[in-house]
Design a protein around this ligand. Structure first.
Ligand code: CA
Length: 662
């Protein structure tokens, strides 16, 4: 009905074009070109980017958002179909997820956009109308599928692999026929979402491959029937583990999975460096002859939460914010991700930004918004999802965890970062502005003098940095006395200035215990003060790693992992201490040790002190402490012995040898 009406209008508008495929309906396309207007962001040109490079966004939640009362505007502040606004921003492709049956027995939406086939149809028709291509992302589940869960749809649970394969084939074929019958311009179909060794309840690769091939067969057949060309894609997460990607590619080859594109998620906070991304995707493309792309990426433009429902990434997140958390930082992250895929050569075909439209629904409180999330499925999960996914959705259901990574502000107006897509090929520049300040952290030992920095590092919107003067407001504390007040952390507000423009910032002042260990957290590259012994060279990985999420503090820590059994000793000898009593502690976390013997020790005046500790899981930090170490000759050796079974891993950090105050 909705289509038929537009069909009649066609004759009146000569600028309308037809799209569509061999059979089924046709959608009138209102050709929408990227807007030409002065940029509000800096975008470094991506050299070598193809004209047909996929500039995608996944706006699967948009329909549920609109039903909840969200309104999207164009760059001039006028209400407009979001698909048209996307096309005007230079977006070429929209990715849409499909869940088999995301409803409970009473028809209530599980949430997360409620993306069933009907939703995909409606979004796909609108995208096609504005000349956007469509990627269909079958999760082959009734709700979120990702590396942590790949549950089979309710209707397939309990099926053996043959029946499940038939069901998946039929579901894919029926869905594709329905979508193509509408005239939706589908260019690619995903055979699962982030299928890291699991798919639709199966964990064996021969079964996973069988399911993927059934999906691929259905896609090939329907594409042929509709006289169109559609790529098939497999999708994985965690490119920071390249060996894992090689394994997946090997399995896909071993089981002859029929796919064209090896798609990776790439969230900069968690997924390693861009160099690593380019390297692993290039290897996949050359060794296995596949196209490669980033199927999901994002970056936060603010730390603020817009809808009283916690965000996936926040100021408290332990992760690497490698760009300023600003609109410009978000744009630069997208640009650099596109450049990293382009660097894969001809095989690198595109980048998709995940859920730029998932902004807060109307309301002024959690309770008000919750009514809409529950009714329209516009939050990440509704309470009704608990019947399908009791352990995650059932416990933590709520609103958008993504509003601070959207490319629309909380009122539905596009951020300047959305226009990054139209500037990638030529580059863009704007007025130079202060974009962010790197907040200084000052660490002072007890009773030492405190000096705050006179300058801070400012980051400008073109990515350049400069030291600029700063004024600290110390009216609330007495700097001359503060290091005598015990161990504590203070946040001191300040104002940085550059060329007349000012920006608020904050200095974190940490008053810490005296520590006689040199390079106690491995933050310095010089390790000569440490004595690190890899016993019989059994431990396959033993080195300093620079990864915020593995460190107890700072960015570095001493990492270990071994495919053989683990055995190593780390120690440091401190001399010229004042005779007296000292305490020694350090911090460790890790896991996968079926057996372990981990002991910290200290040696002073010929006496050995020991304290056992252990590893359990990631970021479950243990801080064993030996108290009352006495020295008369001023020398103390501190250390740790680690013996674990193979497969164990962990990180050592924050060694501390502090005097016991009388
Ligand atoms: Ca939120």
């Amino acid at each position: 009905m909705y289509l038929a009406k537009r069909f009649v209008l066609l004759a009146a508008f000569s600028f309308l074009l037809f799209t569509g495929t061999g059979c089924g309906k046709k959608i009138e396309v209102e050709e929408t070109a990227p807007l030409e207007r002065p940029a509000q962001i800096f975008v470094e040109k991506v050299d070598g980017i193809d004209d047909d490079f996929i500039l995608g966004v996944d706006v699967s939640s948009a329909l549920a958002e609109e039903k909840s009362g969200v309104v999207y505007y164009n760059e001039d502040g006028t209400r407009q179909d979001i698909m048209k606004t996307l096309a005007e921003s230079g977006v070429t492709t929209v990715r849409i997820r499909v869940w088999n049956d995301p409803f409970d027995a009473d028809g209530n939406s599980y949430g997360g956009g409620g993306n069933d086939l009907e939703t995909a149809k409606e979004l796909g028709i609108r995208a096609t109308k504005y000349g956007l291509n469509v990627i269909i992302d079958f999760h082959y589940s009734d709700f979120w599928a990702d590396p942590s869960k790949q549950m089979a749809p309710k209707a397939w649970q309990g099926m053996d692999i043959n029946d499940k394969t038939d069901a998946l084939y039929k579901f894919t074929k029926d869905s594709m026929n329905e979508l193509l019958n509408e005239g939706i311009n589908i260019i690619m179909v995903q055979l699962g979402n982030e299928t890291n060794g699991k798919l639709s309840g199966e964990r064996q690769w021969n079964f996973i491959a069988k399911l993927m091939n059934a999906g691929a067969k259905a896609v090939r057949e329907t594409a042929k029937k509709h006289k169109t060309s559609i790529m098939t894609a497999v999708h994985f997460a965690n490119p920071e583990n390249p060996e894992q990607y090689i394994k997946y590619a090997d399995y896909l080859k071993q089981y002859s999975v029929d796919y064209d594109v090896f798609m990776s998620s790439y969230y900069p906070y968690w997924h390693g460096t861009l160099e690593n991304l380019t390297s692993i995707l290039t290897k996949i493309s050359t060794d296995y002859g596949k196209k490669v792309m980033v199927g999901e990426t994002s970056y936060a433009y603010t730390y603020e939460d817009g809808d009283n429902s916690g965000n996936s990434v926040s100021a408290e997140s332990v992760c690497d914010f490698r760009y300023p958390v600003t609109v410009q930082g978000q744009a630069t992250s997208v640009r650099d991700t596109a450049a990293a895929v382009t660097a894969c050569g001809e095989a690198g075909i595109g980048v998709v930004y995940w859920e730029p439209a998932w902004i807060p629904v109307p309301g002024s409180s959690y309770e008000e918004r919750s009514v809409l999330w529950e009714k329209y499925g516009s939050g990440w999960a509704s309470s009704y999802a608990g019947s399908y996914d009791p352990n995650d959705a059932g416990k933590y259901y709520g609103g958008s965890s993504w509003d601070n990574q959207a490319m629309f502000d909380v009122t539905g107006h596009p951020l300047a970062s959305l226009s990054v897509f139209r500037y990638l090929k030529e580059g863009a520049s704007t007025d130079l502005r202060l974009d962010a300040i790197n907040k200084p952290v000052v660490t002072v030992r007890l009773k030492d003098p405190v000096t705050l920095p006179e300058t801070v590092q400012a980051i400008f919107n073109d990515g350049s940095t400069m030291e600029v003067p700063v004024t600290w407001d110390t009216s609330a504390i007495d700097l001359s006395n503060i290091s005598f007040q015990g161990v504590a952390t203070y946040l001191i507000p300040g104002t940085a200035e550059s060329n007349g423009s000012a920006m608020q910032t904050v200095c974190q002042l940490d008053i810490v215990e005296k520590n006689y260990i040199e390079n106690p957290g491995f933050e310095l590259s010089d390790l000569s003060m440490w004595n690190i012994t890899n016993v019989d060279n059994k431990t396959t990985e033993l080195f300093v790693t620079e990864k915020v999420s593995d460190a107890a503090s700072g960015t570095c820590s001493l990492h270990f992992y071994s495919t053989n059994s683990v055995e190593f000793i780390v120690k440091q000898t401190v001399s010229d201490l004042t005779a007296g009593t000292y305490n020694y502690s350090m911090t460790i976390h890790g896991g996968d040790a079926s057996t372990q013997e981990i002991v910290i020790y200290a040696i002073a005046d010929g006496k050995t002190y020991e304290m056992p500790t252990s590893i359990s899981s990631w970021r479950e930090f243990k801080t064993p402490k030996i108290e009352g170490i006495t020295t008369t000759d001023g020398t103390i050796t501190i250390g740790i012995r680690v013996r674990c079974s193979s497969g164990a891993w962990g990180n050592l950090d924050d060694f501390l040898l502090a005097p016991v105050e009388e």
